[in-house]
Ligand binder design. Structure first.
Ligand code: FAD
Ligand code: UDP
Length: 373
């Protein structure tokens, strides 16, 4: 078989590049995927009860990029959705990210008033302050607040999720969920927030339906190597695996999901409940909030249990953003730069903690570079 491009991985990175190359350059693309479905970690499907669930954890679309939004809008209609998250802290359900509303849910009115005034004076109304930054405050009341939020919201959750303390990771990790000096109760503050109306898999199906694209499922790159002739290749799997772990394995973190069905309308009030402290799981997602399937009389929820990544046993869901891992990744990047015919990209190919929109933006940018070569 002869194609212009071989693309390994049918997630966002692979699918966007395949779609652009096929539709804009008129070139032939073969996409190979080792799982038995397209859409990568964004894959969703209907469970036996008719609820649209996400196999690899809850995926909520949000972006500030009009370009990414317009691009994906060619392949889906959207259902407006603002993700809301609560955390169980000392027996109370408080809004996350931690905000002025969370202060009021936890503390007496007097204390909440005092902390609110200080936060606004120190950071400005509307500010988004990473917890590790807030901990540097000198004011004793703000120090009390920062330590409280650190201990009750971040420390236990991060230890469960990563097996590491917040300060052992790149500060960008906990900065994803900043303290909000406002009453905004949305988990994300991006301009565009929505769920694809018919789900992510349907979106991918449309993206990959071009006549210049062929998709081969249940095929690992190693099995196809040597069987297919191609001019160029895109690899969106783990970069360390591609190079046979030449510089040692890059660490990843994995998860185990447990789905539970309940014969009642809803189990929780919001799409996601976080459990930073008491339980072995980190969060519970109730899919009906995400999909808007209010008309169904029953509901499905997913528990997330973090675990160590073991190749062949579970999935490398998260690169671990940490200085020494970045140094090792740079060694792999040097190897990658020597292979002129292969482009490495995506959450695993770039070893970057991308959200969906960042994976799309990266693929669109790469396509531009290919065009201008
Ligand atoms: P992937 O989706 O991982 O696709 C790579 C594909 O390559 C996979 O399908 C894999 O099977 C395949 N592959 C790998 N190696 C090989 C090989 N050797 N041969 C053949 N195929 C191979 N982002 C958001 O924006 N919002 C969210 O709410 C959100 N929630 C998330 C929750 C969880 C639990 C996780 C893990 C991620 C979440 N993300 C979210 C991030 C999102 O999943 C990624 O940004 C996106 O999937 C990245 O796309 P990708 O193409 O780079 O990688
Ligand atoms: N985090 C936390 N407590 C929470 C929520 C998040 O400590 O209740 C930290 C934790 O380290 C987590 C990171 O912030 O891994 C990023 O959270 P996010 O919700 O963005 O994680 P993702 O959805 O990517 O798993």
């Amino acid at each position: 078989m002869k194609v212009d491009w071989l693309i390994v991985g049918a997630g966002y990175t692979g699918a966007v590049l395949a779609e652009r190359i096929a539709s804009q350059l008129g070139q032939k693309v073969l996409v190979i995927e080792r799982r038995d479905h397209i859409a990568g970690n964004a894959y969703d499907y209907y469970d036996p009860h008719g609820i649209l669930v996400h196999r690899y954890g809850p995926h909520i679309f949000h972006t500030n990029s009009k370009r990414v939004w317009d691009y994906l809008s060619q392949f889906t209609e959207w259902r407006p959705y603002y993700h809301r998250v609560r955390a169980l802290i000392e027996g109370k359900e408080i809004p996350l990210p931690f905000s002025l509303a969370s202060l009021r849910a936890l503390f007496s009115e007097r204390l909440a008033n005092k902390l609110e005034e200080k936060l606004i004076a120190h950071c400005g109304y509307g500010a988004r302050v990473p917890i590790l930054k807030l901990r540097e405050a000198e004011d004793p009341d703000l120090r009390f607040l920062a330590d409280y939020v650190y201990r009750h919201v971040f420390e236990g959750y991060t230890l469960k999720q990563w097996g590491l303390r917040p300060e052992e990771l790149s500060p960008t990790v906990t900065a994803r969920v900043p303290v909000l000096v406002s009453y905004d109760e949305r988990y994300f503050q991006d301009t565009y927030q929505a769920m694809p109306k018919e789900g992510y898999t349907a979106l991918f199906r449309r993206m990959l339906s071009h006549h210049n694209i062929k998709v081969l499922l249940k095929a690992d790159w190693r099995e196809v190597e040597g069987e297919v002739c191609f001019d160029r290749m895109v690899f969106t799997g783990p970069i360390d695996e591609f190079f046979g772990y030449l510089h040692g394995p890059l660490p990843y973190r994995s998860l185990r999901f447990e789905l539970e069905h309940h014969p009642r309308l809803y189990v929780q009030e919001v799409g996601q409940m976080n459990y930073p402290n008491e339980y072995p799981y980190t969060r519970i997602t109730e899919f009906k909030h995400l999909t808007g399937q209010d008309y169904l009389p029953h509901t499905t929820i997913a528990y997330e249990y973090p675990e160590a990544y073991e190749p062949g046993k579970n999935e490398p869901y998260y690169p671990v953003p940490k200085e020494e891992n970045e140094e090792r990744y740079q060694l792999y990047l040097k190897e990658a730069e020597r292979l002129k015919a292969v482009i490495f990209a995506g959450r695993l190919g770039d070893y970057r903690y991308y959200n969906m929109d960042q994976a799309v933006a990266r693929a669109l940018k790469l396509f531009e570079e290919v065009v201008h070569e």
